[in-house]
Design a protein. Structure first.
Length: 499
């Protein structure tokens, strides 16, 4: 159970001193620093626990290649079709599909640990907040946030650790009670059971959050819009189309699609009118900004610049599309020939800071479009799709080609770099598509790139380096290589896992 009986950490020491940017403030070992009844005896203390849990989730490093929860998104996208990961440090093995299939790897253990530690903290809050002293409305809000945060973790587990063909496939264990020294590991629940848990948690969270109005500068705090957005995702992934539409519409209330100018500002500011949920960064809390070192391919201070675009990806965009303007060929001497997609940039390159996006109104329009298409309502589906395309100055969909294929490609275009690539392939039964970028004669495709001195140099265009699965076979639907492995520590310490 992720050795959960040895993970009675509860962010207890955070009650003494909340250290929002400390990479190790949550210990994985038992601690009796403060008795449990004191940690959860007041609403104020419980808020400290949930704040500390959030900080652990995003600010805790396992390695520089695993900079917190958002590195799950990096990994999902590195395993997709549209990001040509360079040989820079960090995501090479995930991109090559040799890492997440191997249950001994650090990244595999890190993701499991992050998700189940957060789940355990949420379980404690849910179980104990009702008996705490303090304002009733605040306790209600904290309980709703804990339900929603737990649901988010189980949603990631359901969407990355198992296919959902029939719902009967074994996925991951479900824990809803606080862990302790006597806790026993649970068996893997079916993927249908995990989605049912996610949906049940969110349906409990939403009414508890209905009257909560967060500060606009605190978009990391979960409110009813965020909970509805998570519910829309869960319904979409579980093929409950009508419910997905209802939740998506509720989630985007009060949020408008950003302008073209804002789209080109680097996806680094949670004050963006379209962002429903995000993680803010300041000079005093900036560990999570490290994710930009992979995403930002144009700021000189960015270390790795490893998330280049597959050159074929550019062909999906109209030249009038505001997103098309983000492409250019890299001109650095050691990276010439790679296609940069400058969607993500540090907000403050000197301080290496940028806020992290978690949910946007655009995603909700895409959920509506996909769900309406699945329900056989092409008119409403196209209307939702074209509302987004309007905002991006892209050509309207007018019936040419498969509507569903068009929507899934639009998801790839709009959500590039935000963590949906491999989970979309898993949930739709799709396949990774990677082709060599060659000229018509099978030779290297030669491009001319500018140098800073006004001259040009001809170089071979660089695309995907990994074109097949590790076993040498072409990528196929429902490949075992798409799924995240359960770590070896869980297999060894949970005798009930496969019962």
């Amino acid at each position: 159970m992720t050795n959960m009986k040895n993970h009675f950490f509860l962010a207890i020491i955070v009650v003494v001193a909340l250290v929002a940017c400390n990479k190790s403030f949550l210990d994985t070992k038992p601690t009796n620093a403060i008795p449990d009844d004191q940690v959860f005896n007041s609403a104020d203390n419980i808020e400290t626990v949930i704040n500390g849990t959030w900080s652990y989730m995003f600010e805790e490093f396992f390695t520089y290649a695993v900079p917190g929860y958002k590195s799950i998104d990096l990994t999902s996208d590195a395993m997709g079709s549209d990001i040509a990961v360079t040989q820079s440090y960090g995501l090479r093995d995930a991109y090559a599909f040799t890492e997440m299939v191997d249950n001994t790897k650090n990244r595999v253990n890190a993701f499991w640990t992050i998700l189940y530690k957060v789940i355990d903290n949420c379980n404690n809050i849910i179980a104990k907040v009702d008996n705490a002293t303090g304002d009733a409305g605040k306790k209600q809000r904290l309980k709703g946030q804990a339900y929603a945060l737990r649901a988010n973790c189980y949603l990631r587990l359901a969407s990355l650790y198992q296919f959902n063909q029939t719902g009967s496939e074994k996925a991951v264990p479900i824990y809803t009670e606080p862990s302790g020294p006597a806790s026993e590991g649970k068996p893997r629940a079916t993927v249908a059971e995990v989605y049912a848990q996610v949906i049940a948690d969110l349906k409990l969270a939403i009414p508890l959050l209905q009257n909560y109005q967060r500060n606009p500068t605190q978009k990391w705090k979960i409110d009813a819009n965020v909970a509805n957005g998570l519910l829309a995702r869960a319904y979409l992934y579980n093929r409950q189309w009508s419910d997905a539409i209802t939740a998506a519409v509720a989630a985007r209330q009060g949020y408008t699609l950003m302008s073209g100018d804002d789209y080109n500002k680097g996806f680094n500011d949670l004050n963006n009118v379209e962002w429903i949920w995000g993680h803010g960064q300041t000079p005093n809390q900036s560990n999570a900004s490290y994710n930009f070192h992979y995403l930002d391919v144009s700021s000189p201070a960015s270390y790795y610049q490893s998330f280049m675009a597959d050159p074929f990806f550019k062909n999906f965009f109209d030249s009038s599309d505001v997103r098309f303007k983000l492409f250019d060929w890299d001109t650095l001497p050691d990276q010439e020939g790679y296609l940069r997609y400058k969607k993500f940039r540090f907000r403050d390159p000197s301080a290496l800071i940028g806020d992290l996006v978690l949910m946007r109104a655009a995603e909700m329009y895409l959920i509506e479009a996909e769900a309406y298409a699945q329900l056989g309502n092409p008119g409403k589906s196209a209307a939702a799709l074209n509302a987004l395309r309007d905002a991006r100055s892209a050509t309207h969909y007018q019936g040419a080609g498969s509507l569903m294929d068009t929507i899934l490609i639009e998801r790839r275009k709009e959500l590039w770099g935000e963590g949906f690539a491999i989970s979309d392939i898993i949930r739709t039964g799709g396949t990774v598509v990677r082709k060599p970028f060659l000229a018509y004669n099978g030779e290297d495709s030669i491009i001319s790139v500018p140098r800073g001195n006004g001259t040009f140099v001809e170089v071979a265009a660089q695309g995907h380096l990994t074109l097949r699965q590790p076993d040498g076979n072409p990528f196929t639907p429902y490949s075992k290589y798409y799924l995240f492995a359960i770590p070896i520590s869980e297999v060894q310490n949970n005798p009930n896992l496969n019962k």
